[in-house]
Ligand binder design. Structure first.
Ligand code: ATP
Ligand code: ATP
Length: 538
């Protein structure tokens, strides 16, 4: 049975010269799990938005052709009249919340459908367990960590048992183990209830092994087929696929398991290629002693000691709710701190960032928040960049140059609101990087970025570190950590439980080891290491 049918669909946004999607034909069967991939800004969210009429209903623009979901033409219904059929989780979970607490949010969709109270209670309990958030049932949504919010957002649509589940980057805020659990739970629904799932994801490595089919969005067109066939030439490729292409393996590996089967002779020629990693011991730029953060009764950060050195990029990792964001904000000086001291700089210039005026603080300790959109308030990309240059007394064009390095070709006349999620993040990153603060902190800075964008961001951050700055980023993206970080600090339950050179920390951890390390071992972390060890092509 066909669940979703797109016939000759084109989408053109207002003021755009070219359609973002052009004459798309796509048919998805009931019970399929379809993974949508493509470069940042290629049109994945647009494709997803067509499935419940959000495009064009709330985005504007012109749609031609027909989109049918279980026989209902979406253009003839408002998105909320399709809610019983299509459940959608957007890229920003907080934006979609309508109630105040976890339990209310999980029940809301079912109330709208008028389900009996006993059914609602049962499904709420099942979903709390399924997503591992039972202890949060009474928690206010606004107080949850990013990953906790993402779980609730997924749960809120699951409880309504829609026939079609649409998820836009559902794992971007989830810790690696949590992402696996959530995807396994979703796959179970596909198998047991015959639900159709359409998921767009930049961390392709997390979802590829679960996908029945891959839809690749490129240059306004949509290419759809068997995962291995589409991934052979797709514009985005996770590390195992890149490894398979590099080694010319057939069939193309889609998972670590596939790759290990094919890697026999390569594995045996991997000698411990890398010398033990040593961290630079430059001057300390920021020093924290016994820092604690309480939110009411909850101790989110417990007596943490941490030194950041000039010249290093440090990745802060750990489960959802471990206390990473709380620590970043406390170190930066604008967040809550219930105990301990933070010192920025040394000697006579040493200062507690909490004592600095906000305008000065920003130039010394920058923080790119998890939902960075709040930082944009001008009406064009060009104006945001010009403002960043002026404020930081940088040469005109500095911000734009940074943006072009991370994501080229964004039209300066675009309103930031009309950018895709990744493009918006790219703009905020460029704005913050223009300030070149002594310490730059970033909270989960890769949402919406494709592999190329992440590689470019890594290069920019490395360059900043090489110029004597320190970078501290909180991330669940193990592949990004592998290419960017010198050092990894792991938090659990508000405390630091591991701290050391990236290779030492991640390769010994099943949750944090990147794909290349899992396949080849030998201290290799990313494709760059493979190429360095074995050459451009096998
Ligand atoms: N409401 C809108 N008005 C005008 N242009 C838009 C609007 N929404 C998206 N666009 C443009 O359409 C293109 C595709 O955006 P879309 O969000 O579909 O991309 P995406 O592939 O989901 O991106 P990402 O990987 O960053 O999530 C982008 O160039 C974006 O600037
Ligand atoms: N404003 C707040 N009020 C009450 N509790 C909060 C608040 N902010 C965070 N918390 C709680 O503090 C704990 C740590 O949250 P924090 O956001 O620091 O974690 P995190 O490691 O950054 O998580 P994630 O990886 O999901 O972003 C969580 O249990 C969270 O629910």
């Amino acid at each position: 049975m066909t669940a979703i049918e797109l016939r000759d669909v084109s989408v053109t946004y207002a003021d755009a010269v070219e359609p973002v999607l052009r004459e798309v034909d796509l048919s998805i069967s009931e019970g399929e799990l379809v993974l949508v991939v493509g470069r940042t800004g290629s049109g994945k969210s647009t494709l997803l938005g067509l499935l419940n009429g959000l495009v064009p209903y709330s985005t504007g623009g012109t749609v031609t052709g027909t989109v049918t979901v279980h026989g209902r033409e979406t253009s003839a219904h408002r998105p909320r009249d399709l809610a019983d059929l299509v459940g959608v989780v957007g890229q920003d979970p907080l934006a979609g919340f309508v109630t105040d607490t976890v339990e209310e949010e999980l029940a809301y969709g079912m109330e709208q459908l008028g389900l009996p109270p006993e059914v609602m209670r049962k499904r709420v309990e099942e979903t709390l367990d399924l997503l591992g958030i039972a202890e949060l049932r009474d928690a206010p949504l606004a107080d949850l960590s990013g990953g906790q919010q993402q779980r609730v957002a997924i749960g809120a649509v699951l409880t309504a048992h829609p026939k079609v589940l649409v998820l836009d980057e559902p794992t971007s805020a989830l810790d690696p183990t949590g992402a696996e659990e959530v995807l396994a739970a979703i796959t179970r629904l596909v198998h047991d209830l015959g639900i159709t799932v359409v998921v767009a994801e930049h961390r392709v490595e997390r979802v590829l092994a679960y996908a029945d089919r891959v839809v690749h969005v490129v240059d306004g067109a949509v290419e759809s087929g068997e995962p291995a066939a589409v991934m052979r030439t797709a514009t985005v490729a996770p590390p195992v696929v890149e490894l398979g292409r590099w080694a010319d393996w057939s069939p193309l590996p889609l998972s670590v398991r596939d790759a290990r089967r094919l890697a026999g002779d390569l594995q045996s020629s991997v000698v411990e290629v890398q010398a033990p990693q040593r961290l630079p011991r430059n001057p300390i730029v920021l020093s924290a002693r016994s820092v604690s953060v309480r939110h009411g009764d909850l101790v989110a950060v417990r007596e943490v000691d941490l030194d950041l050195y000039a010249g290093e990029v440090v990745a802060l990792m750990g489960r959802n709710g471990a206390g990473k964001s709380s620590l970043l904000w406390a170190l930066q000086g604008s967040g809550r701190r219930s105990g301990g001291s933070v010192t920025l700089g040394g000697g006579d210039d040493a200062v507690d960032p909490g004592d600095l005026a906000p305008a000065v603080r920003r130039t010394r300790v920058g923080l790119v928040p998890q939902t960075p959109t709040d930082l944009l308030y001008l009406s064009t990309v060009g104006a945001e960049c010009a403002q960043a240059d002026t404020e930081t007394r940088s040469a005109p064009g500095t911000c734009r140059e940074l943006l072009d390095r991370i994501l080229p070709d964004i039209d300066p006349a675009t309103h930031p609101r009309d950018l895709s999620e990744g493009q918006r993040l790219g703009l905020v990153l460029a704005v913050q990087l223009t300030a070149r603060p002594d310490v730059l902190m970033l909270d989960e800075p890769t949402r919406g970025l494709d592999y190329q964008g992440k590689a470019a961001l890594a290069e920019v951050l490395r360059g900043l570190a090489d110029d004597g700055h320190a970078v501290l980023l909180s991330t669940h993206d193990v592949e990004f950590t592998a290419i960017v970080a010198d050092r990894v600090v792991v938090m659990a339950g508000g405390e630091i439980v591991a701290d050391g050179p990236t290779r030492d920390v991640v390769t010994s951890s099943p949750a944090f080891a990147p794909q290349i390390s899992k396949v080849l071992g030998g201290g290799l972390l990313a494709m760059d290491d493979v190429v360095r060890a074995f050459g451009e092509r096998r």
